[in-house]
Design a protein around this ligand. Structure first.
Ligand code: AMP
Ligand code: MG
Length: 335
């Protein structure tokens, strides 16, 4: 069953990792997007139990704020969407409980959203990309994909760490609090001295674990921190550029979309711009405000799914810690 009503208002809940977010959308735009991010102690990574405690404590306030900022009353909502996965189990479960509660109390359909699809859909909506090769670079993902026959098909991905984990784990080694990508970008701007780091592209896949080990060793062998940051970005991003270029050449798509938290990095965009120009493709970078995890990616994707008739009974609304992008049916993209 699909619905054709003119203006549909709904809420989306995001809770896959450090971010608890809630957002209200209508049929054409984002009405509100509110979030609160769990901060790990300096030098430490995200602790799933502590992050889920954070989400539980903030949930009712974040939902209230999202409704207030959008000037929407609960009875105006037509659906409740939530991040079903992939992500950290304890964190996902908080978002699912919030969404099930809203759905049961307000008697609204519950819409399961894949977080990675959410990153791509919000990027496509905000940048006008219609049929892109998509590069999803975040804390949880490093994937290059394109849409074909009902699903996002993966052309290449990381075999170990995501690019976000590479930057975060490197930053934590010097005592930064996660997420560290933005701080590393600032330090990288102060260098142009390229140090040799392992460049590892295997077929269409990338591997960052050797680069992380080598970069950590460089810190302890007294190399300039700015030089290591610069080299990490140059080498780590060049691997993505190589894989993205092959995906564009193979698919002959004319758009390259970059989404996820690492899409905030200016140097990455600069490098991808060269590739897209070379292939007469347009480059679409998700705006900074919506590059990291947020409720809007779930609410907006939830809207597309709701309109296409996707929903899940509350009693079956489990969370899926591992839920690959290429396992998700996307019935609202019909090409
Ligand atoms: P997400 O998982 O989509 O919320 O993205 C979070 C990831 O984006 C973390 O690994 C951050 O370190 C990374 N990130 C955020 N801003 C930047 C930036 N300016 N440059 C590189 N990475 C970034
Ligand atoms: Mg994410």
């Amino acid at each position: 069953m699909s619905t054709n009503d003119s203006n549909i208002i709904g809420i989306g809940i995001e809770s896959t990792a450090h971010t608890l977010g809630a957002s209200i959308v209508d049929s054409t735009k984002i009405l509100s997007d509110v979030k609160d991010v769990y901060k790990a102690p300096e030098g430490a990574g995200i602790h799933p139990r502590e992050a889920s405690r954070h989400h539980t404590e903030k949930a009712s306030e974040i939902v209230k704020q999202a409704l207030n900022k959008a000037r929407v009353k609960p009875k105006e909502l037509r659906f409740v969407a939530y991040s079903m996965g992939p992500g950290l189990g304890p964190c996902l479960r908080v978002g699912a409980v919030v969404a099930r509660t809203l759905s049961s109390y307000l008697k609204l359909p519950l819409i399961p959203v894949n977080h990675a699809v959410g990153h791509i859909e919000i990027g496509a909506m905000l940048t006008g990309a219609t049929d892109p090769v998509a590069l999803l670079v975040s804390g949880g993902h490093t994937v290059i994909c394109a849409f074909e026959s009902g699903r996002w098909r993966i052309f290449g991905e990381t075999l170990d760490l995501s690019i976000g984990q590479l930057l975060d784990q490197f930053g934590r080694e010097v005592g930064f609090a996660s997420p560290c990508g933005a701080r590393i970008e600032q330090h990288a701007l102060k260098s142009s001295n390229l140090l040799s780091l392992p460049y590892s592209v295997k077929g269409q896949d990338v591997s960052y674990s050797g680069m992380l080990t080598a970069a950590k060793k460089m810190i302890h062998s007294g190399q300039r921190f700015e030089d290591i940051c610069y080299s990490l970005q140059e080498t780590g991003f060049a691997m993505l550029v190589e894989v993205a270029e092959r995906a564009i050449a193979f698919t002959e798509k004319k758009q390259l979309l970059v989404v996820g938290g690492v899409a905030a990095n200016k140097r990455l965009s600069e490098m991808l711009k060269e590739v897209s120009t070379r292939h007469s493709a347009s480059l679409h970078v998700v705006p900074l405000l919506y590059s990291g995890d947020c409720g809007a990616q779930i609410a907006w994707t939830g809207l597309q799914a709701y309109k296409a008739g996707v929903q899940i009974p509350v009693e079956k609304s489990i969370v899926r810690q591992s839920w690959r992008l290429d396992q998700v049916d996307v019935p609202w993209r019909n090409f």
